[in-house]
Write a protein that binds this ligand. Sequence first.
Ligand SMILES: Nc1ncnc2c1ncn2[C@@H]1O[C@H](COP(=O)(O)OP(=O)(O)OP(=O)(O)O)[C@@H](O)[C@H]1O
Length: 301
Amino acid sequence: MIALRGLTKRYGTTVAVADLSLRVEPGLVTGFLGPNGAGKSTTMRMVVGLDRPTAGTALVGGRPYGSLRHPLREVGALLDANAVHPGRSARRHLLAMARSNGIAASRVEEVLAAVGLAEVAGRRAGAFSLGMGQRLGIAGALLGDPGVLMFDEPVNGLDPEGVRWVRELMRSLAAEGRTVFVSSHLMSEMQLTADRLVVIGRGRLLADAPIEEVLGGPQERVLVRGRDLPRMLATLPQGARVVGEPPGALVLSGVTAQQVGDAALAAGVAVHELTPQRASLEQAYMELTAGSVEYTSGRKS
Ligand SMILES: Nc1ncnc2c1ncn2[C@@H]1O[C@H](COP(=O)(O)OP(=O)(O)OP(=O)(O)O)[C@@H](O)[C@H]1O
């Protein structure tokens, strides 16, 4: 578990992280979201002792990172995939990390195979592609078989197969009972991967909840396309509302797809499409962070 209490970081007059208190629980994938500059990387860096909090605490398994004897066995982190000596091979890089943390050299071969780098492990890390660098960073995080894992933008630069691999890896690490804390700007990917979400903006906590709650619960919308839709509206149950009118269709809330289908049948209206629509995380995220975006393009929409 990761526990933050009143965690605060200032750089001069910039408040990067402001009084953040939360727990990242084991057995779940917790997504960490926020606009550029929101303070995600700074928060993660403080958890692993790379930055000193101005105030507050960050604990891993109940202890400060600095007091862990073999930190890589407690918490693995992918924070900056470029933080590898470019002249070193992937294998030598991992062997050096293993040695300093009392980890068996055989584990290096295991993680190289797990991330798909076994065949290129002898090559200079400096010649790696962005995606290979990410895989090497993930290998480093997994090296000590830790109970807590943090990944800052792990799918950055990965191809679709790699993105899917990361998703499955996160899910399986959580299923093994580990704590998985992962930041990303890819909302569609987070929607598929995370159980819980922590959203911050300008260093402050905006949401800390199960993903379903952030998405606004199970109230579905239903898109219906067909002929004579206005005729059908009269037969819908009470509570049904039209919330959108894309060309040739209606978007309804307050009813299920089944109720809409039944109402259409009762009204003798031909239906060409009937689709339940879930709120997208992107939409929910945009609404949550609307007031906290630091860097915006000039265009207003
Ligand atoms: N070493 C530093 N010196 C001064 N300011 C810093 C430093 N590191 C981060 N900041 C500032 O702290 C704020 C938070 O930055 P941080 O990198 O943690 O955000 P982030 O949420 O990870 O952003 P992104 O999504 O763009 O990676 C920003 O305003 C940033 O400019």
